[in-house]
Design a protein around this ligand. Structure first.
Ligand SMILES: NC(=O)c1ccc[n+]([C@@H]2O[C@H](COP(=O)([O-])OP(=O)(O)OC[C@H]3O[C@@H](n4cnc5c(N)ncnc54)[C@H](O)[C@@H]3O)[C@@H](O)[C@H]2O)c1
Length: 368
């Protein structure tokens, strides 16, 4: 198969859909990979590395779109890319269609095969192409929380780890899923006193079991949330109710009572945020202060560490990309139900129920 990898054009998006090692895996299987010159630079991968991996480098993204039977991307197609798409082309990327009617209609009109990273789903319900980005955001949230607590950023000037003779900071993580666990592991690792809240008792038991008593697990309810937030230097919000806006668990009233100079990192901001005083921010201006509490609410946190994020993304997308390229998408999906869940659009029809529901469109059944 001919595969195209283009430079992302969304603002501040420095990830790329394939590392040179990923390209080498495709070429080793006999596929041809066209890579736009400079596509990997934002993630620290040079054209020469792609060339050594067997890629054919092209100057013009238009030519990559023209050559690729499958285009692998990071973000949804946009701007001129929408004109370069060919009918029947496979587009394998984060699509997030339910949030974008205009894009959905344009892609339906183009009759593409739209396979969305975010809906590829394993039998246990987990989302293997989303979770690495949650891991990145979770781990990064502690680093960003430490930044917020520095006095020059409006924080109270506390070092998370403490030092000999000085208490470490207290960190509360609300939501003990992939983001929350990743955050807690890093916070514990640097010596903070960490508590983690979840509403799922089985999840709390699991976290308790694996943490070797270094993590305090607490049932999530309004009283416990108030108590933990008021004692914490850093609160990390990482709840998710699938398919819904994040619940506002950290109220304005809690923020008012928190320690002056404490910080909230609201990772759930991409689902509206779990703190009443949050609003989305960017990497250029990541923080703001409400009632003396520093807020960090960047909706695409992995963009701050594109190299790690690109490698993490390729680690999980590659196997599916190879399946599609090797067998064709129909056979690959027939043999792998997880990949089939990724199919959102086919031949001008929506085939993913949540996208169809979002726009009251019919949802077509695929019979392979
Ligand atoms: N800002 C970013 O760049 C970024 C990056 C990745 C993920 N995220 C977001 O982070 C959030 C968490 O993602 P995840 O992958 O960890 O999800 P997840 O499903 O793995 O975990 C969510 C957890 O929240 C818990 N939860 C639900 N309601 C709760 C409540 N009332 N109190 C306490 N816990 C509750 C669930 O039981 C679950 O354990 C999502 O909104 C996701 O979109 C943001």
């Amino acid at each position: 198969m001919q595969i195209g990898v283009v430079k992302e054009i969304k603002s501040s998006e420095n990830r790329v859909a394939a590392t040179p090692a990923g390209v080498r895996a495709f070429t080793a299987h006999g596929h041809t990979v066209f890579v736009e010159k400079g596509a990997g630079v934002g993630s620290g991968f040079q054209d020469e590395e792609y060339a050594r991996a067997g890629a054919k480098l092209l100057d013009d993204p238009k030519d990559v779109w023209a050559e690729g039977d499958m285009i692998m991307k990071v973000k949804e197609p946009m701007g001129p890319e929408l004109d370069w798409i060919r009918t029947g082309q496979i587009i394998f990327t984060y699509l997030h269609l339910a949030a974008n009617r205009d894009l959905t209609q344009k892609l339906l009109d183009k009759k593409i095969v739209g396979i969305a990273y975010e809906t590829v789903q394993l039998e246990d319900g987990s989302l293997p192409l989303l979770s690495p980005m949650s891991e990145v955001a979770g781990r990064l949230s502690v680093q960003m929380g430490a930044y917020c607590l520095e006095s020059q950023h409006g924080g109270m000037g506390v070092l998370l780890s403490g030092i000999s003779g000085v208490r470490p900071a207290r960190v509360t993580v609300i939501g003990g899923g992939v983001v929350g666990y990743s955050a807690a592991v890093v916070a514990v690792g640097i010596g903070a006193q960490v508590s983690i809240l979840d509403r799922n008792p089985l999840r709390l038991r699991y976290l308790e079991d694996i943490s070797d008593f270094r993590l305090v697990t607490i049932m999530s309810n309004p009283a416990n949330i108030v108590e933990e937030c008021l004692q914490s230097h850093l609160v990390i919000g990482s709840v998710l109710i699938p398919g819904a806006r994040a619940p506002k668990l950290i109220t304005r009233d809690i923020i008012r009572q928190m320690m002056p100079g404490s910080a909230v990192v609201d990772v759930a901001i991409d689902q509206g945020g779990c703190c009443e005083t949050s609003h989305p921010t960017t990497h250029e201006a990541p923080t703001f202060i409400v009632d003396d509490v520093v807020h960090y609410c960047v909706a695409n946190m992995p963009g701050a560490v594109p190299r790690t994020s690109t490698i993490a993304l390729t680690n999980v997308t590659l196997a599916y990309g190879l399946e599609i390229a090797g067998k064709g998408y129909e056979k690959a999906m027939a043999e792998d139900p997880a990949l089939k869940k990724g199919l959102n659009l086919l031949n001008g029809q929506v085939c993913y129920p949540a996208v169809a529901e979002a726009f009251t469109l019919p949802c077509s059944q695929v019979d392979f």
